[in-house]
Design a protein around this ligand. Structure first.
Ligand code: PDD
Length: 275
C-alpha cells in the first residue's frame, strides 16, 4: 500500500512533508478526487482539466499531461476489482519562512494516494439533509484544500443527525458541503448552472449527459429554497457517494419521503455507465 510523493512511491508511514509546507501553514494548495472503476480511472481528462483550472486560479505553475498523471496514478491502483479513488493534492510546497506572499522559488509538493470507495450507507433509502447559510468564499469553483467552511458546515449537519448540508445564499440553493445538488421540479431535473459559487462536479456533468441521452428533461437553472422544499425529488451527487436521494429536508419529508423514480433511473444509468 504505497503512496506517491514528489516522484517516489513510498509506504504511507514514510511519506513525510515539512511543517513549513505552505499546504500545512496556509492551506495553500488544490486537490482532486478521481474515481477508478475496475482499475480504470473515470473521466481522467475532465479531472485533469479541472485540476489545471484550479492550479491556474491559485497561480501555481505545474503542467503534467493526462498521460503523465495516468502514469503517476496507475501503480497506486489495486487490481482487486473494487471501486477506488485517487486523492491528489498539490501545494505551493516548502518555503524557508512563513510569509503570505509567494516564495521566490516554488517547488510544489505533489501527493497522491489510493483508497477504496466504500458504498455509501443510506443510499437506497435516502438521507436526511439540512439547509445552512453558505459561509464559503467567492472562488468555490477552485478545488482548494482550504476546506474549513465546508468542514464546519458538514459537521453542523452531522450534529443534527443529517448526512449533508445544503448551502443556501440569499434564498438560492447552491450545492452541498461536498456535493452538487439536483431537484426534480415540475417533472424537470434541475441543477444550478456553473459559476464561481459551485464546484463544477464531474458527477454533475455525467448526470446531465445521461439525462440528455435518455430523454429525461433537464435544465441548468437557479433553484430557490421554496422550490427545493416543494420539489418531488432532491439529490446530491459526488464522485465518492455517487447519486444520493434526500428524503428528509430540515425535518420535513421530501414528497412522500422515499427515493423517487427519476433518481432510480439515473442511478441505474450511472451504474451501467461506470462499467
Ligand atoms: N468533493 N461540490 C463540492 C463542494 C465538492 O467538494 C464536491 C466533491 C462536489 C462534487 O464533485 P465531483 O462530482 O467531481 O466529485 C461538488 C470531493 C468528493 C471531496 O471533497 O472529497
Amino acid at each position: 500500500d504505497k503512496v506517491y510523493l514528489n516522484g517516489a512511491y513510498l509506504p504511507l508511514a514514510e511519506a513525510k512533508v515539512s511543517v513549513l509546507d505552505r499546504g500545512f501553514l496556509f492551506g495553500d494548495g488544490v486537490y482532486e478526487v478521481i474515481p477508478a472503476y475496475a482499475g480504470k480511472l473515470f473521466r481522467l481528462e475532465s479531472h485533469v482539466q479541472r485540476l489545471n483550472n484550479s492550479l491556474a486560479a491559485i497561480r501555481l505553475p505545474l503542467n503534467y499531461s493526462v498521460d503523465e498523471w495516468q502514469n503517476i496514478f496507475q501503480p497506486l491502483l489495486n487490481n482487486n476489482g473494487k471501486d477506488q479513488y485517487i486523492y491528489l493534492q498539490i501545494t505551493r510546497g516548502y518555503a524557508p519562512k512563513r510569509d503570505h506572499g509567494f516564495p521566490a522559488e516554488t517547488i510544489p509538493t505533489v501527493f497522491a494516494m489510493c483508497s477504496e470507495i466504500v458504498p455509501f450507507t443510506g443510499k437506497t433509502v435516502g438521507i436526511k439533509a439540512v439547509t445552512l447559510d453558505d459561509t464559503r468564499w467567492q472562488m468555490c469553483q477552485v478545488k482548494a484544500i482550504t476546506l474549513l467552511a465546508n468542514i464546519l458546515l458538514r459537521q453542523q449537519a452531522l450534529d443534527q443527525g443529517a448526512a449533508e448540508a445544503i448551502l443556501v445564499k440569499n434564498g438560492r440553493v447552491i450545492e452541498g458541503a461536498a456535493s452538487n445538488i439536483f431537484a426534480v421540479i415540475d417533472g424537470v431535473l434541475v441543477t444550478p448552472p456553473k459559476s464561481h459559487e459551485i464546484l463544477p462536479g464531474i458527477t454533475r456533468d455525467v448526470i446531465l449527459e445521461l439525462a440528455q441521452a435518455n430523454n429525461i428533461a433537464s435544465r441548468e437553472a437557479d433553484i430557490s429554497l421554496a422550490e427545493l422544499q416543494a420539489a418531488s425529488e432532491v439529490w446530491v451527487a459526488s464522485s465518492t457517494r455517487e447519486i444520493i436521494p434526500i428524503v428528509d429536508l430540515d425535518g420535513t419529508a421530501v414528497a412522500d419521503g422515499k427515493p423517487g423514480p427519476v433518481w432510480q433511473k439515473l442511478d441505474k444509468l450511472l451504474q451501467d455507465y461506470k462499467k
